[in-house]
Design a protein around this ligand. Structure first.
Ligand code: KG4
Ligand code: ZN
Length: 348
């Protein structure tokens, strides 16, 4: 056996625990929280309470399914941030308590670092072809939209980031404006597949360099719907698939433009995507298409590793552990995204 890492993730509304034997995945248990659907978004207080209820059974099951005992665990890797503070506190406190009582080293992990390194998880019976360094990562989630240059397991440089909203927020907002429920991304994705993406156009941002902006696209949809509904209240219902397809295409065009620019600027043509929005079928197809056209080597995460999961936290923890990083009981959770360097570089 290689290093056994127990990963714990609780940054938003999924409680998850996973066990790795080196890069090999032994278990990945998730408890998703349905309670937020009725509110149209994650309610932080309810999320923390659900994490409290779920964390012990989820960790217990992950250890059990992996067929190991706690005394075989070499390190506990937990999400320290970014995320909702109350949610992070549950995972952080649990990880610390377990580490202290069982005398196991602790390794803190940046959630975003985990999304990117999820490409290195090995699974029994599946081909293993992880990306080679250096590569570019398009990290797209509910809270972040970034282009990251990855030179090594622990050497990350954010070369482009959103200056306002994340692309996942734009998907969720679109669904909300159309009365489609939460989380909106998967619903918009499904409807978009049946629609005409060239039917409507929305304003695209004009931001210099590799940075993104999504607030203008959102506002453009808001005004578009307001004007159309004033003429015909049934407009959204009658044109739902075309609106979703056109809006989704706009978001993907924006993402791709800067990603293409980044490959040209850096000369790096290995491209990975990660984060919740990397489940989007339109984005996945476009990455493959552009990649084939431009001779990129592209890597799409398996769908179960696109949403928040502890396997990705365990793999990032594994590489930090191998590099000698250990975290202390004094490390507090961090709700806001710090640069990777800041959150990766605590006690060694
Ligand atoms: O990474 P994630 O699970 O949580 C954060 O770290 O934020 O990302 C959640 C985001 C939500 O905005 C959700 O609507 C979006 O990912 N999402 C999608 C799809 N699946 C999830 N967006 C577009 N298409 C999808 N299929
Ligand atoms: Zn995430």
């Amino acid at each position: 056996m290689a290093e056994i890492i127990l990963g714990i993730e609780s940054s938003c509304d999924d409680t998850s625990a996973a066990v790795l034997d080196g890069e090999l995945l032994l278990s990945n248990v998730m408890a998703s929280q349905k309670v937020h659907e009725q509110y149209g978004g994650v309610v932080p207080e309810l999320a923390s309470r659900a994490h409290q209820q779920n964390i012990l059974p989820v960790v217990h099951q992950a250890v059990h399914q992996a067929g190991i005992t706690l005394d075989q665990v070499d390190a506990i890797a937990y999400t320290r941030g970014p995320g909702l503070l109350g949610s992070l506190l549950v995972g952080t406190s649990f990880a610390k308590g377990l580490a202290l009582s069982a005398d196991i080293p602790l390794v803190d992990v940046n959630h975003l670092h985990g999304h990117i390194l999820s490409h290195f998880i090995r699974q029994n019976g599946k081909e293993y072809d992880p990306p080679r360094f250096p590569f570019l990562a398009l990290l797209v989630s509910g809270g972040h939209s970034q282009i990251v240059r990855v030179d090594d397991f622990l050497n990350f440089t954010v070369i482009g980031r959103t200056i306002d909203d994340a692309v996942g927020e734009a998907f969720d907002k679109c669904a909300k404006l159309l009365g489609l429920g939460y989380p909106g991304g998967p619903i918009v994705d499904r409807l978009a597949a049946q629609g005409d993406a060239r039917r409507f156009t929305f304003a695209k941002p004009n931001i210099s360099g590799l940075d993104y902006s999504f607030s203008g696209v959102k506002t453009s949809l808001l005004y578009f719907l307001r004007d159309k509904i004033a003429e015909d209240p049934a407009f959204p219902a009658d044109n739902m698939a075309d609106i979703c397809a056109s809006f989704q295409k706009t978001l993907i065009d924006v993402l791709m433009k800067k990603l293409i620019m980044a490959t040209k600027q850096t000369g790096i043509t290995s491209v990975v995507i990660g984060g919740g929005v990397s489940a989007n079928s339109g984005l996945r197809n476009r990455i493959l298409e552009e990649g084939a056209k431009r001779r990129w080597k592209t890597y799409l995460p398996e769908l179960r590793f696109t949403t928040d999961n502890a396997a990705m936290i365990a793999i990032a923890g594994l590489y930090k552990y191998r590099a000698g990083f250990r975290s202390s009981l004094y490390d507090a959770p961090v709700s806001r995204a710090l640069d990777y360097a800041d959150i990766c570089s605590n006690s060694k």
